[in-house]
Structures are given as structure tokens and as C-alpha cells.
Write a protein that binds this ligand. Structure first.
Ligand SMILES: Nc1ncnc2c1ncn2[C@@H]1O[C@H](COP(=O)(O)OP(=O)(O)OP(=O)(O)O)[C@@H](O)[C@H]1O
Ligand SMILES: [Mg+2]
Length: 217
């Protein structure tokens, strides 16, 4: 199966969530592979930090390591193995090709007005790509980086997402703004390894459960 983390807007948490999900899902899919399409190579750099500390690493490949179409075909709709893609924060041919092949698409978003503008643009990209390819591409919106001051805006965002239900589905899990996400990455650790009983670790566990349920349906 292919789980793609994507949004043309940068800095929404694609890499952070993809990494934490991958290390959590590794229990169920020991052979899983990460494909790093992020121009900042956030996943590859994370793995390098782990190598320095002699920690186990999940296999990570970049676009130049693979023949994209045949690699994607190996994982698409294959229930026994998992490919997790961390997409770049921009619209491109490769990111659109990944949209088409993915079994499940996840789009992290924050909850400010600027994030709603970002989603409007992404909705247009999904509509355009769907029309060009003759399919309806749908992504699962993951509300990320919610802080206590912005909780009241959750309703506006949920309404906007439900209104655009042709291309958007809202996930149940919500990820809050937590220092563990920032601090763990710098140490080459997942939030679970950084602070096992912390709220971030529990959120990732809940999110992983939700994603695995969706791909196994
Ligand atoms: N829930 C959260 N709580 C606190 N910080 C967060 C959270 N989610 C993401 N961040 C921080 O936000 C920043 C951007 O996250 P990240 O690099 O994962 O985004 P991205 O969508 O992959 O960006 P790009 O499009 O540039 O690849 C990072 O510093 C990360 O630690
Ligand atoms: Mg990234």
C-alpha cells in the first residue's frame, strides 16, 4: 500500500508526521520503505542523525534511486507491504504522479485563515489533476499544530473541509502543537522514543491506528 503525505503548502508537518507514522507502522510492516520527495530531504537527514547514534533506521529512498513508475506499481494496492511518501511542499509532475498512485493520501493543515487559503489552492490542484486523469482524487485532511488559542477556529476549518467533500475527507485524529515534535527530530528520535508517555506519542499512536484501519479496509 502507498500512504502519501502531501500538500503544496510548505511547513504544515508532512515530514514530521510521515516520519513518526513510519516508525510507528514499522511494527506492523517491518519491511516498509520511505520515499523522500521533500527537497529538504527531511527524512534522509533524520535517518542520518539516527545512524550517528547507532539507532535502527527504516529504509529510505529518494527519487533518483528508483524508477518511479515500476517502484510505485510494486507497492500500490499491495496489502503486504507499505510505502510511505513524504512529498515536497510544491506542485510538480512527480507530486501529481504520486497523487494518482497512492492508496491513501493525507494532507496535514493548520487552522488559521492562511491555511484555509492554502487548502483552497490544493483543492484546485486536486480538481485539475482529477479532471486530467479521469478519476476523483480524495485526500484525508489531518488537522495539525492546534494550540489552545486557536481551538475555536476548528469549527470553521471543519465546515470548510466538509463543504469541499468531493476532494476532502476529515480525519478524526487531531494533532496539537507540542514541543516534542520539534525537539525529538533534532535528536533523530520519534516522539515515542523521545517521550513515550507524552501526549504527542499518544496522538501518533491514535493517528497510526486510524491510518492503518483506512488502508486495511
Ligand atoms: N504538531 C506540531 N507541534 C509543534 N511543531 C510542529 C508540529 N507539526 C510540525 N511542527 C514543526 O513545524 C515545522 C515544519 O514541519 P515539517 O518540516 O514537518 O513540515 P513540512 O510540511 O514537511 O514542510 P516542507 O513543505 O518544507 O517539507 C517543523 O519545525 C516541525 O517541527
Ligand atoms: Mg517536509
Amino acid at each position: 500500500m502507498i500512504v502519501l503525505f502531501t500538500h503544496q503548502k510548505g511547513g504544515v508537518g508532512k515530514s514530521t508526521i510521515a516520519i513518526n507514522f513510519a516508525y510507528q507502522a514499522q511494527k506492523k510492516y517491518p519491511e516498509l520503505v520511505l520515499l523522500d520527495l521533500d527537497s529538504q530531504n527531511s527524512v534522509l537527514l533524520f535517518n542520518q542523525l539516527r545512524v550517528i547514534d547507532d539507532r535502527f533506521v527504516i529504509k529510505c529512498v529518494k527519487e533518483s534511486d528508483i524508477e518511479f513508475d515500476s517502484f510505485m506499481n510494486k507497492y500500490a494496492k499491495n496489502k503486504t507491504n507499505l510505502l510511505i511518501i513524504d512529498s515536497g511542499g510544491y506542485d510538480s509532475n512527480i507530486n501529481r504522479a504520486a497523487l494518482l498512485k497512492a492508496d491513501l493520501i493525507i494532507t496535514p493543515v493548520g487552522i488559521s485563515q492562511i491555511e484555509i487559503f492554502g487548502l483552497q489552492k490544493f483543492n484546485y490542484i486536486l480538481k485539475d489533476a482529477s479532471e486530467a486523469l479521469g478519476v476523483t482524487i480524495k485526500t484525508n485532511i489531518l488537522i495539525n499544530n492546534v494550540d489552545s488559542r486557536s481551538k475555536n477556529k476548528l469549527k470553521d476549518l471543519a465546515e470548510y473541509i466538509n463543504d469541499k467533500s468531493t476532494h476532502f475527507n476529515l480525519l478524526d485524529t487531531i494533532i496539537y502543537t507540542r514541543a516534542d515534535y520539534k525537539n525529538s527530530y533534532g535528536d533523530g528520535l520519534t516522539v515515542k522514543e523521545f517521550n513515550k508517555k507524552g501526549a504527542a506519542s499518544l496522538e501518533i499512536k491514535q493517528l497510526s491506528k486510524e491510518i492503518l484501519k483506512l488502508i486495511n479496509n
